[in-house]
Design a protein around this ligand. Structure first.
Ligand SMILES: *Cc1c(COP(=O)(O)O)cnc(C)c1O
Length: 368
């Protein structure tokens, strides 16, 4: 068997006819920028996650940067985030003029609230937790810290559309939450795209100005802004995909159950929390990030047997990228995790047979 890590053609093939119809409607009207399908998608997705406002932007990195700017985060400010995140989280803060402060994660690979509290200085303005791998952080703890120290909370929920903590969706906890619509993400469009969520109507108004050159509805420039709009074509595609989204998430959770059934007894491996383990968490499994004490040999064995795996962020947490000029710090838990972690294939193109084959190859490797 040959099992790629991700099947990009599936992003289209899965709903070929419906997507083509939706695209034709946009293209034949010539309705490319800020047209009705964008509003329809924004309204449908805000209803889906239970927030007052959704704002479509060009990607899930701009969204974080715009959220920083709308929250007034800039020069001299520090923003605390996990080092186990995509460079985009840190870059968004850097390009707002502020400083990313990188901290440890916990056993579930998400930011450690105790590490957040320990990193607070008089310069700290915000916490930016990454809702990693389709799982939402311990938001009770993070919200309590934010309230106690009067910090802004902006979620990088790029990987977590529809993921919940105590019944509340990722991206809806702080002043703003950000989603990526990159093709390999949970809800993938045909290129780059992103979303911002906010319950605060004034923040929403600011974000709508920022994404469109600072122009108001009359076209008057009322502030400095950028060009970062979600294309109407991609909004129409996302609207089509949102209709089957709950089944997509259910399928990912089913695959997570299959992995757990067949791998949980392997002592050298650590699996992500199962979908039915903790009623406080509803996980979407953007990724299936496992740990193995013999990771590199196991990955080689899988590769030889046709199974492609990857390590997130090229195997390097943000604080270890030397070209960024960040202070040299040591994060022992994160560094140890990055000797062990990698991603098994996790997407809705996978069949049960393929998941079974992957597990069989892993069991063979361990002689189990
Ligand atoms: C994908 C991703 C982003 C950035 O999204 P883009 O749409 O590619 O800009 C940000 N943070 C995390 C954690 C991501 O996984």
């Amino acid at each position: 068997m040959e099992i790629p890590f991700f099947r990009y053609p599936h992003v289209f093939g899965q709903q070929r006819e419906e997507i083509l119809r939706a695209m034709m409607q946009v293209m034949e009207r010539g309705a490319f920028i800020l047209q009705s399908e964008l509003e329809e998608f924004e309204s449908a997705v805000s209803e889906f996650v239970g927030t007052r406002n959704a704002i479509g932007v060009a990607n899930g990195t701009d969204s974080l940067n715009l959220a920083c700017r709308a929250a007034g985060i800039g020069t001299g400010d520090e923003v605390i985030m996990a080092s186990h995140t995509y460079i985009a989280t840190a870059a968004a803060v850097h390009f707002a003029g502020a400083t990313p402060v990188l901290v440890e994660c916990r056993e579930d690979h998400l930011i450690d609230p105790a590490a957040v509290e320990a990193a607070i200085t008089p310069q700290t303005r915000a916490i930016m937790p990454t809702q990693l791998n389709g799982r939402t952080c311990d938001m009770d703890a993070l919200l309590a810290i934010a309230e106690k120290h009067r910090l802004v909370l902006i979620e990088d929920a790029a990987q977590a559309l529809g993921s919940k903590f105590k019944g509340k969706c990722a991206g809806t906890f702080g002043v703003a939450g950000s989603i990526s619509l990159y093709p390999a993400k949970l809800l993938g469009c045909f290129g780059d795209g992103g979303l911002l969520f906010t319950d605060d109507d004034e923040t929403a108004r600011q974000l709508r100005l920022l994404r469109d050159h600072g122009r108001n509805e009359a076209g008057m420039v009322v502030t400095w802004g950028v060009n970062s709009r979600l294309d109407t074509l991609n909004a129409a595609i996302c609207l089509t995909k949102l209709r089957i989204y709950p089944e997509e998430i259910e399928r990912r959770r089913q695959i997570a159950r299959l992995y757990r059934e067949r791998l949980a007894d392997l002592e050298d491996m650590t699996l992500p929390p199962g979908p039915d383990r903790d009623p406080d968490h509803f996980d979407c499994y953007q990724n299936y990030e496992v740990e193995s004490g013999r990771r590199d040999a196991l990955r080689k064995h899988l590769q030889k047997n046709g199974v492609k795996t990857i390590i997130q962020w090229a195997g390097t947490p943000v604080h270890k990228f030397e070209g960024l000029g960040l202070p040299k710090i040591s994060l022992p838990f994160t560094e140890r995790l990055f000797e062990r972690c990698f991603l098994l294939p996790m997407n809705t193109s996978l069949t049960d047979e393929e998941v079974g084959y992957i597990c069989e190859q892993i069991r063979n490797f361990y002689g189990a």
